[in-house]
Design a protein around this ligand. Structure first.
Ligand SMILES: Nc1nc2c(ncn2[C@@H]2O[C@H](COP(=O)(O)OP(=O)(O)OP(=O)(O)O)[C@@H](O)[C@H]2O)c(=O)[nH]1
Ligand SMILES: [Mg+2]
Ligand SMILES: [Zn+2]
Length: 288
């Protein structure tokens, strides 16, 4: 039996990387039906090439479908127009699953319309990097952040994930898509997640773009939501009620911070939307 890391999955085949080699394995029975994902640590039989055991996971994302991530680079750009609700959801998933998020503003060779917004709303609480794949701006910073970690690039289709990976590691690791000028949306060129080992113990995954992410999949209760907002924390003590949900209550520290401009109004609106969605689908709400 040997231990390895799943770096790629295609139909029912798994690419398993060991310290020395790369093997193509299969899986059977319950292991297969429970799902084995890219990023998984496994034990496999070197005679039969069968995966026998999946070791315990540090975390598991559904979108992108990856396990054991250390870091997630959430890409935004001027085009396609940023989906800040998606950004907030990805930051929330990272917080819940203990993955370090990095907001990566790319294509800065073109324009940086939202730079000020990102810096003022997120800059104090999340790491941000401003890069260009085409003009190789600030790529060295990203390389340093990637060292000895399992990381992934995530974000809307066409935001530039594959381009960034190609710019970082040359030799056209993945296919960069054409951005349709009419709708400013990328063609979905990346279809699966795959981990590239660019130096020993340093892995990066390109991921397919997606347009929705369901917060109801998170293993949290709706009332826990504010605690996953680092920008809310210092204001919670100003709420009159301990169980304040920061939605309809009077005398709410979060709402006051929104009124005084210390919390961004649209970020708060997005919090409300996520809160409502979590509440209507929550486990306790369904009476368990
Ligand atoms: N000007 C400029 N354009 C870029 C940059 N990075 C990517 N693009 C363009 O943006 C478009 C989409 O890039 P991709 O890298 O394919 O986007 P993606 O995020 O991988 O898209 P999916 O695989 O569909 O999820 C392409 O036309 C790229 O040439 C950049 O740094 N500057
Ligand atoms: Mg891509
Ligand atoms: Zn409150």
């Amino acid at each position: 039996m040997e231990k390895g890391l799943i770096t790629k999955k295609m139909s029912d085949k798994f690419w398993v990387k060991t310290a020395q080699n790369l093997f193509v394995c299969t899986a059977k029975g319950i292991l297969k039906s429970n799902g084995i994902f890219v990023g998984e640590n496994v034990e496999f039989n070197t005679q039969t090439m069968n995966i026998e055991k999946v070791l315990s996971r540090k975390n598991q994302l559904i979108r992108p479908p990856l396990v054991n991530l250390d870091q997630l680079f959430v890409l935004v750009a001027d085009k396609p127009q940023p989906d800040f609700l998606m950004l907030d959801k990805l930051l929330l998933f990272c917080k819940v699953y203990d993955i370090t998020p990095i907001i990566c503003y790319t294509k800065i060779d073109k324009s940086t319309k939202f730079e000020q917004y990102i810096e003022s709303v997120y800059g104090k609480f999340y790491k941000t990097v401003f890069v260009s794949a085409h003009k190789t701006i600030n790529l060295e910073n990203i390389k340093l952040l990637l060292k000895n970690k399992i990381s992934a690039f995530a974000g809307q289709s066409g935001v530039g994930k594959s381009a960034l990976l190609n710019a970082l590691f040359g030799n056209k690791k993945t296919l960069e898509g054409m951005l349709s000028t009419k709708i400013s949306r990328g063609k979905n060129t990346t279809r699966h997640c795959e981990l590239f080992e660019f130096e020993p113990n340093s892995y990066i995954a390109d991921t397919p773009g997606f347009s929705s992410l369901d917060e109801k999949l998170l293993p949290i209760e709706y009332w826990e939501l504010p605690y996953y907002y680092p920008d809310f924390l210092e204001f919670l003590k100003n709420c009159k009620y301990k169980s304040c949900t920061h939605t309809n209550e009077q005398d709410c520290g979060i709402k006051k911070a929104v009124e005084s401009g210390q919390i961004d109004f649209s970020r708060y609106e997005r919090y409300q939307a996520i809160y409502k969605n979590l509440k209507c689908g929550s486990v306790s709400q369904r009476g368990r």
